[in-house]
Design a protein around this ligand. Structure first.
Ligand code: GDP
Length: 363
């Protein structure tokens, strides 16, 4: 599965948000279970009303939503790249995540100490980003001498690595995160470098309850920064999310409405996380279960099949495909077949969001 690491300075509301997100998911309808993998790792079911529709039409006995993992990464402080706080352990945890959810304190509350003495989300964002950039510089500098030596000896692969790394390192030295220096078409190669600042970032502006719908002056600055960086930002009130997490599902919608909110922070963070990672969902449906699967946008049918099982990818023959809207309009697979809405797609088919798929494969 895909996972998002939740980072931020101490006392910005990371744990409050993490607990609220995971408890809300836990308290949701039984169809959307949440499980704690480790104390700081939560798997959150991705709410998707299309799945319920498909399960009802297909008379599936069970519904299995797709999920995103959130990892609460505590312990980042100024100086982490030099080993302060949990230092290296913390950085190693971030290295393993697909995307970064960066919680920024945008709420004023004199009772909650700010480690830097005042509320200033842009400064805090810089503080964290600086630690991540220093760690990336360190990791690239350690690799570069060896690569230079091999490149001088005529190693083409080392030379290619160098030409990828050098501009990124120069950017980092100028204060630009690696994600700002990824050459077009080199996304995968850069991903393999396992840098911290090449990961996509979602800023979560944690505002006070009264500002949950509109945001505030602090969150506006964060949105401007996100836009300039090509990152994403959402406004959340961790305090509200904590309250919602204790409510029965049927009371939530009304509570959100009184606050002027159309959906919960959970939904917004998941949706933004999905967008950030370039993820889409396809479905499988049968009498046993209706199930949602997460893939990266642009994946072809065999790769998408591989998310279910490696054998499906290796032995891929074809994929019977029905777009969601046709499945609903034709009241299921049989109707879609009769109406000519079921297509048989081959190896080059790029799977679309909402496709209902049945894979044919050799074992
Ligand atoms: P972490 O260190 O980033 O994990 O921060 P915590 O989630 O432990 O929160 C630190 C303190 O800030 C706790 O006392 C929370 O109750 C408080 N806090 C978190 N979010 C909010 C918020 O939206 N508003 C207010 N007023 N306090 C908050």
């Amino acid at each position: 599965g895909f996972n998002c690491g939740i980072v931020g300075l101490p006392n910005v509301g990371k744990s409050t948000l993490f607990n609220a997100l995971t408890q809300t998911a836990a308290a949701q309808a039984a169809n959307y279970p949440f499980c704690t993998i480790e104390p700081n790792v939560g798997r959150v079911a991705v709410p998707d009303p299309r799945l319920d529709t498909i399960a009802a039409i297909g008379k599936s006995a069970k519904i299995v939503p797709t999920s995103l993992e959130f990892v609460d990464i505590a312990g980042l402080v100024r100086g982490a790249s030099r080993g302060e706080g949990l230092g290296n352990q913390f950085l190693a945890n971030i290295r393993e995540t697909d995307a970064i959810v960066h919680v920024l304190r945008c709420f004023e509350d004199d009772d909650v100490t700010h480690v830097e003495g005042s509320v200033d989300p842009l400064r805090d964002a810089d503080t964290i980003e600086t630690e991540l950039m220093l760690a990336d510089m360190d990791s690239l500098e350690k690799r570069i001498a060896g690569l230079q030596k091999r490149a001088r000896g005529g190693d083409k692969e080392a030379a290619a690595q160098l030409s990828l790394i050098e501009p990124i390192l120069a950017g980092l030295r100028d204060g630009r995160p690696a994600r700002a220096s990824i050459p077009k078409g080199e996304e995968e190669a850069v991903r393999r470098l396992q840098l911290l600042t090449s990961k996509p970032v979602l800023y979560v502006c944690n505002v006070e309850e009264a500002n949950a719908a509109s945001g505030n002056a602090h969150s506006e600055k964060v949105f401007a920064r996100a836009a300039a960086e090509g990152a994403k930002a959402v406004v959340v009130s961790a305090a509200i999310e904590a309250e919602i997490s204790q409510m029965a599902a049927e009371d939530r919608a009304e509570f959100l409405e009184t606050l002027g909110l159309s959906d919960s922070g959970l939904d917004r963070v998941i949706a933004a996380g999905y967008g950030l990672l370039g993820l889409i969902t396809y479905f499988t449906v049968g009498p046993k279960e209706a199930r949602a699967w997460t893939i990266i946008k642009g994946m072809k049918a065999p790769q998408a099949a591989g998310v279910i099982h490696g054998d499906f990818e290796r032995g891929f023959i074809a994929a019977e495909t029905i777009p969601f809207d046709d499945y609903v309009a034709c009241k299921g697979e049989q109707g879609a077949k009769e109406a000519g809405k079921m297509r048989v797609e081959g190896k080059e088919y790029v799977v679309r969001d909402g496709d209902i798929m049945l894979f044919r494969f050799n074992v």
